[in-house]
Design a protein around this ligand. Sequence first.
Ligand code: GLY
Length: 573
Amino acid sequence: MGKIQTADIRGRALNLKGIRRAFLCLFLVTANAAFAADSVPGKAAIASAHYLATEAGHEILAQGGNAFDAAIAVSSTLAVVEPTSSGIGGGAFWLIHRAEDGFETMIDAREQAPGAAHKDMYLDAEGNVVRDLAVNGPLAGGIPGEIAGLEHLANNYGRLPLAVSLQPAIRIAREGFAVDEKFHELMNYRFKTIKRWPAAAEAYLADGEMPPVGHIIKLPDLAWVLENVAERGAEGFYSGPVAELMVKGVRDAGGIWTMEDLAAYAVKERDPIRTMYGDYELISAPPPSSGGVAIAEILNILEPYPINDLPPVLRTHLIVEAMRRAYRDRAIYLGDPDFVDVPVDMLTSQYYADGLRASIRPDRATPSSMLAGNDQIPEGTDTTHFSIIDAEGNMVAATLTVNTPFGSCFMPPGTGFVVNNEMDDFSAKEGEPNAYGLIGFAANEIQPYKRPLSSMTPTFMLGADKRAVIGTPGGSRIITMVLLGILDFMRGNEPESWVSLPRFHHQYVPDKISAEPGAFTPEQVEALRVMGHEVEVRNSTWGNMHGAMWNLETGKVSAGSDPRTASGRAIVR
Ligand code: GLY
């Protein structure tokens, strides 16, 4: 291990890199068009966080729907059976690839700040952040985007009417679903807060007590809301009786939403972040997500290294140093691109990555305090992700959220869904950590109608031989989980491996590597410590990754669901 090896690797790789990139880009554009016309997977893969959602997606495919219709069915079913993680009171990013012409876009249905929101809305008279207001109850909620996104998917990319694709969710909301271990665990975590809001307590608890595993929850109010949407499209949510219930419920409980805020909500299509890594094109979430920019920056830093062939300690060290630098930039530069100039081209350029790489010592950790920038950051637990490849080669990588478990825990009476607490993804005060310990500055301060910065990273890796769909929940750790999954894909491994492998993470501050059990041997931990890294080996795991892959050479379609959560399911049929 050491300087000579790394310097040698760097020199060789950099000489060829520019020429190789240009060639690969040209080749992939041509190859994508050719494969779009000539080759289809023939089978469909869906991997999601709940078996009922995966089955709902396949049900809609069997009715003649495509991946985009299936994405509506999976999203809306997750909104019913996994309210811990996403829902129609929250938002989402759907990254899509259309097989017939190779078109890619990201549908941004992120929540946005209400019109009466302002920079200091969570500060008390002394200027301190009131965490309870930012995280619990109606003031924590941004204007939800998921329903607008589902309608946009149906109208612009689907083959079936929205009303058809919503049917599995409506049926399950009426007939009920069983509380699983994850629901139970996260309800335990949020129990006291749920009890503060009578409609949420009524909907989810068993006579005011913790619902046991196996308890059946029926959500007739949510079924009614979804039926309104099935009949009237997004208007059935953003105007009329459902909107009136939302606004009244929120305002009666101290929130600031208005009918005008709901009417003003609009989906945005965003050009994805793209970069080449090896023989593959990375396509990922652009701002207002930080995910694509950060992954591109990390991969650009790592590209000259034969990273998967390096000794494990050097490999980990270089990955961690790249993570550290990308998270520093996340805190400083990223925010809603409709409100701030995000220097995406600079952050994702090779020249910038070359400069950052030059500051990495192969034998020593760089203390985060030595990088220009600032403070704190820890972990994250919720949100949800699913991956779809349909039989025609259409693909969806979707990450959806209500932010922390059960969002704000506030349910407007009569609606059957909880309001997100996505406002906490803004920086409530410069340098002050949010629920995930993430810090931010002016780029991510609260402004009316602005969208809070996200870490959600729905991603494709496209090559001439393989196509991968990947993503996960996990707050600030989403980006590093997706990165490790991509590196495992680059080793030639299947989705089951990407979703299972032990994870490690570094996010600039706090200045430490956290690791899942089994990520490192005791000797590797010691070697990293000798290099100057603080290493925290935790006794818990994180994330809930669901991925899918199409191997164009063998024709095999495969999928994997994270074994860390029992209710997830990957089905190819
Ligand atoms: N609420 C988590 C995220 O968007 O990153």
